[in-house]
Ligand binder design. Structure first.
Ligand code: MN
Ligand code: MN
Length: 366
């Protein structure tokens, strides 16, 4: 944890930026080991070039921050305190008087909070810290990989549970409830995102919402879910058929599976990220379904369920050991239903490891 703060301090020195105020739950956790959802209250880690960092958090969370291992100063404010004034005093205590730039998460920090910060430092300009933090988070350590592996194992279990619960008249939401109940009993306190289980024509909506639709014979049932383990997310999609499957359904399933394999085959150090998208897209386009694959091939995965790298055809970055991302091609046909197959992939020294491992053979639930 301290290595990450030191790395950020080094970057601040190199860039000649006096401090960074990092406020997103994911990045505060990454830097401090303390994972906190403060609602509307202020949460942040102030990192300096060469002074002790400060954690700002609601006072009632202070003990949890200590338990999480934070050894440095904490500003634990009450609901009637002004945390910005407290922060200003502590920064002055550190002998810092003139500040001309502060690094913040420009995509996260609200305009209101940006203004509060500029009130404290009227001569400062705000610069982005996201690029640096994203680069740090891009390469996962062995410890992070073992957590991600555990999260993926639970995602596999979630899909297995959901498939076993499919039956005539069972609704999408009932399947969601069954899956999440089973996962919570296994200790998965939190899902990575709202569990998506869609049946029949609804499976053709890449981001549809589960509802009271009852599963009918001949439906595709699409499961897209993930869990959070120690702050790290998994994300799996499997599509199965209920009782019977048409030739068309079989055809698009096999194309998506082949497209996913084409991307997986390229998943090794040195490959240009965009080529993974292009390889899968080519399989789908060659089969005549190009216009029915309307999204990128995947996204980076870690503390956030969508993080860097963005797995799109224009990304010229090279795959490197320690990267973790999803590969999730899909074909969505309004009348027939949709198929998506998604795995979590970890780039190893010589190739890759699929963290999610549930079968990709077409399952027809009887
Ligand atoms: Mn997903
Ligand atoms: Mn995904």
């Amino acid at each position: 944890m301290m290595q990450k703060i030191e790395a950020l301090s080094t970057w601040l020195k190199e860039q000649n930026i006096q401090g960074a105020f990092v406020t997103s739950t994911a990045n505060v956790y990454y830097l401090s080991g303390f994972r906190c959802f403060p609602h509307e209250r202020l949460l942040g880690v102030f990192v300096f070039q060469d002074k002790e960092p400060i954690l700002v958090c609601p006072g009632m969370e202070e003990l949890q921050a200590r338990n999480a291992g934070w050894k440095h100063e904490i500003i634990g404010f009450s609901d009637t305190d002004n945390p910005w004034e407290m922060l200003s005093e502590r920064i002055t205590d550190r002998g810092i008087t003139s500040v001309d730039s502060i690094a913040v998460e420009k995509e996260h920090l609200s305009y209101h909070r940006g203004m509060q910060l500029l009130n404290l430092f009227p001569n400062a300009s705000l610069v982005s810290v996201e690029h640096e933090l994203n680069a740090m988070r891009l390469i996962k350590s062995e410890d992070e990989i073992s957590i991600l592996r555990e999260a993926a194992r639970l995602a596999d279990f979630g899909v297995e549970t959901g498939i076993a619960a499919i039956g005539k008249g069972v609704t999408e939401l009932e399947l969601v409830a069954t899956v999440e109940y089973a996962l919570k009993k296994k200790g998965a306190a939190e899902m990575s995102f709202s569990t998506t289980i869609l049946a029949g024509e609804k499976s053709a909506m890449p981001h549809g919402n589960p509802g009271m639709k009852e599963i009918q014979p001949g439906d595709f049932v699409l499961f897209d879910l993930g869990v959070v383990v120690d702050g790290y997310c998994s994300d799996i999609t499997r599509t199965v058929a209920y009782q019977s499957v048409s030739e068309k359904q079989k055809e698009i399933y096999e194309i998506v599976k082949k497209a996913q394999q084409a991307s997986l085959d390229l998943s090794k150090p040195g490959t240009r990220v965009g080529d993974l998208d292009l390889a899968a897209r080519k399989v789908i386009e060659d089969a005549g379904y190009g216009q029915h694959f309307p999204h990128r091939i995947g996204h980076g995965l870690g503390l956030d369920v969508h993080e860097h790298p963005s797995m799109n055809e224009k990304n010229n970055d090279k795959l490197t050991k320690g990267m973790v991302y999803t590969i999730e091609p899909g074909i969505y046909l309004p009348e027939v239903g949709g198929v998506r197959i998604e795995d979590d992939v970890y780039i190893t020294e010589n190739g890759h490891e699929c963290l999610t491992q549930f079968t990709k053979e077409l399952v027809i639930v009887k």
